[in-house]
Design a protein around this ligand. Structure first.
Ligand code: ADP
Ligand code: MG
Length: 717
């Protein structure tokens, strides 16, 4: 079947397609967390003492003794088998953004050949996937390739249902046999512990007597595109790279803003309901959903949870979303920029830290003391963004996200922090000394919770900032839609830990010198602002003035590509940050650099090769077919359509030749050099091929064009 038939056929078949019938969805009460082995199920099935031990582990991360693990394993297996599970799996998160799992049966056979089931505490706790093919930087030599998965009891196990089976799924960490972190979960758990340690020091210096363990929270807003699978199947670029490598702009794009918060197309609504019911069964609190700015683009935001659980849930959400979309005849695109010239997709990571005794420390609170704690934690974030801006840029760096950052629809590639007018003024006044502790030593009520109420108004938010305070949390808006939230959360927790340690040292010195608490706080914050206030920016992050000012006057870095961003992992201050906080050893950090660099190179190589292949085997033949149909008629027409097509086709194939030569280059001394070459040369050469191909799309007759067009992929649902 020739390409154009499949495209035109797809259009006619989609218009006749009826929405997938999911019937009435079940009441929330019946399905909520019904597939999760959480505290409720444990309380029902465990002895009092086992439950108590387990609860303590879940809440504090305390180690679980082997005897309790056996009891929990038995109860978990019984519960899972009533749900139809015959297999179990340790699920883990390698350094790529992927989710990995290996399934094992509960079954063992006895001497009579009958089947019995077994699941012990040690099987629950430890798994041995043959993980030798996961990228691991240089952490595991292949002769010692065994990696271990270990149960993370702080994230509940659940049943993963598929059309013909159920698997007990156990959230796990993944490490080398020497205990090095090979995944994204271990650093997250460690970063949370480091943040807790540092936060405890500050709060105890602030005179807080009871301080429960501090935890970070995360609520991630996920943007995505849905494209009918019939179109997607005719686009090798969407299938292999997640984005369109070719495609002329549609005459109608997103300029009317008519899609944003418009009525959700019925077929998509049905998909969302099905998808959200699946999330509810898994205990994922899907909260809001709506259309996004671009046609065909949508968003889902679950309610926030403890960062570790939220990170697991994010990965699970992406998997369930892709699978459910498939069942509804859609391809779900999580790529950061599937369509050139159309808004891309991000994942806003809302992040706060708190505990059960002091509450959310990024909430200004109502009492003078709460105000001071808030200012210290908020100041710690400002310092972190300033000192470790390049790290924050590095943890969101990917070939795909490079299309978004700095493209005037998403935050710029300069890390600054937005506080809102009122809070910015408070910090400015602290810096200039206008705001200070009262000299009579009385308690000062800053009334922050009242003045900052305005900041909660969404109208007041700065959409152009990569890192914005939104009333009681920070929103890291530059994270890409396909990325794991772990990397950003690790960076934020760790920079916060470092800043809180710095603050604790300074505070202690002031207090030891006899200063009153309030005086000490303002003195530390004044110094902090003098050193790091440059990161605060409330203006238009898209403007060229900011791009100049940020670099020239503020000393901030504009880091446009992943090739420029990833070396931050090798910067001495970043190595020191991670080793001093115990989050990543220098070797573990180095391995992240290697894996992410490799991923970048692979992603761009696949795109470049596919660009050559699609231009040569799909687009060029379409141009030739059209030319042959025009035949001698063309010469009688002015202008001659054949001349224009011939010129564009020749230009495209010339560009293909140049790109092919570039792809063949492999003699790079370092991976940094390879990345720079791809970023600075190859990307531009791919654009050249595309530019000529996109002209062809506007010249070749519609019925001879093989690739589904933007207007079809974006507007036909
Ligand atoms: P908006 O859509 O206006 O940005 P939402 O109320 O939808 O705001 O919140 C966005 C995300 O932020 C949600 O996932 C929400 O649960 C989360 N969130 C709200 N409060 C906090 C908090 N204190 N810490 C972390 N995340 C939070
Ligand atoms: Mg938001």
């Amino acid at each position: 079947m020739s390409g154009n038939e499949s495209r035109l056929e797809a259009i006619s078949r989609i218009s006749k397609a009826a929405p997938f019938d999911i019937g009435m969805t079940a009441p929330l009460k019946e399905i909520w967390a019904s597939d999760v082995f959480g505290l409720v199920q444990m309380e029902e099935s465990l002895s009092k003492s086992a439950f108590k031990a387990m609860k303590k582990t879940v809440e504090t991360g305390a180690a679980l003794d082997p005897a309790t693990a056996d009891v929990v394993a038995a109860a978990m297996k019984d519960w899972a088998m009533t749900k139809g599970a015959k297999f179990f799996s340790h699920i883990f998160y390698p350094m790529t953004n992927a989710t990995a799992e290996k399934h094992d049966g509960f079954i063992i056979t006895n001497s009579d050949g009958g089947s019995i089931t077994e699941f012990t505490g040690s099987l629950l706790i430890k798994g041995e996937p043959d993980g030798s093919s996961f990228p691991n930087g240089s952490l595991r030599m292949t002769n010692a390739a065994r990696g271990y998965t270990a149960w993370d009891p702080t994230s509940p196990a659940y049943i993963m249902q598929t059309a013909n089976g159920a698997v007990l799924t156990i959230p796990s960490v993944f490490m080398s046999w020497t205990g090095e972190a090979l995944d994204k979960k271990i650093p997250l758990l460690r970063s949370n512990a480091a943040m807790n340690d540092a936060g405890q020091k500050v709060l105890s210096l602030m005179g807080e007597e009871k301080v429960a363990r501090l935890n970070s929270s995360c609520g991630a807003e996920q943007e995505y595109f849905l494209v009918d699978e019939r179109f997607a199947n005719a686009r090798p670029d969407l299938l292999l790279t997640g984005r369109t490598l070719f495609g002329a702009a549609s005459p109608k794009g997103q300029q009317f803003d008519d899609h944003y918060f418009g009525a959700i197309p019925e077929r998509v609504q049905v998909f969302m309901q099905d998808f959200e019911d699946k999330l509810y069964k898994l205990g994922i609190p899907a909260k809001t959903h709506h259309n996004e700015v671009a046609p065909g683009q949508f968003e889902i935001a679950p309610y926030y949870e403890a960062a570790n659980v939220a990170a697991d849930h994010q990965q699970l959400l992406m998997t369930v979303m892709k699978n459910t979309a498939k069942a509804h005849g859609f391809l779900c695109l999580l790529h950061e920029k599937p369509f050139a010239g159309v808004n891309g997709s991000g994942k806003h990571v809302n992040w706060s830290v708190g505990n059960s005794t002091q509450g959310n420390l990024l909430d200004p609170g109502k009492t003078p003391n709460e105000n001071l704690n808030f200012l210290l934690f908020c100041g710690a974030v400002i310092r972190g963004v300033h000192k470790y801006g390049p790290l924050l840029r590095a943890v969101i760096a990917s070939a795909a996200n490079d299309h978004r950052l700095g493209a005037n629809e998403a935050p710029p590639a300069i890390l600054s922090v937005y506080l809102g007018d009122q809070l910015e003024k408070v910090f400015d006044d602290i810096k200039t000394g206008t705001l200070h502790a009262p000299t009579d030593g009385g308690e000062m009520d800053l009334g922050l919770s009242q003045i900052l109420n305005f900041t909660r108004d969404p109208g007041d938010r700065n959409r152009t900032s990569p890192f914005a305070f939104t009333g009681n949390r920070f929103e890291f808006r530059a994270v890409g839609s396909s990325q794991s939230v772990s990397g950003p959360l690790v960076a934020m927790n760790t920079m916060l830990a470092d800043s809180l340690n710095w603050i604790a040292d300074k505070l202690k010195a002031e207090l030891d010198g006899g200063a009153k608490t309030q005086v000490a706080v303002f003195s530390v914050l004044k110094e902090l602002m003098e050193l790091h206030g440059n990161a605060i920016f409330g203006g238009d992050g898209y403007s060229t003035e900011w791009h100049e000012m940020a670099v020239k006057e503020r000393g901030l870095k504009n880091i446009p590509t992943t090739a420029d961003a990833l070396p931050a992992f090798k910067a001495p201050e970043v190595i020191e940050l991670f080793s001093s906080t115990g989050v990543l050893t220098p070797a573990e950090l180095e391995s992240r650099f290697e894996v992410y660099s490799e991923q970048y190179v692979l992603a761009l190589e696949v795109e470049a090769k596919l660009t050559v292949e699609m231009a040569t085997t799909i687009i060029y033949p379409a141009a030739v077919t059209y030319l042959s149909k025009l035949g001698s008629v063309s010469a009688k027409l002015t202008p001659s359509p054949a001349d224009a097509v011939t010129a564009a086709a020749n230009a495209m194939m010339t560009a293909v030749g140049v790109l092919e030569t570039a792809i063949a280059k492999h003699d790079f001394a370092t991976i940094e050099e390879n990345m720079k070459f791809l970023a600075d040369e190859v990307r531009g050469l791919m654009d050249d091929v595309r530019a000529a191909a996109d002209i062809l799309e506007t010249l070749v007759s519609d019925s001879d064009w093989p690739l589904p067009k933007y207007r079809e992929m974006l507007f036909i649902k």
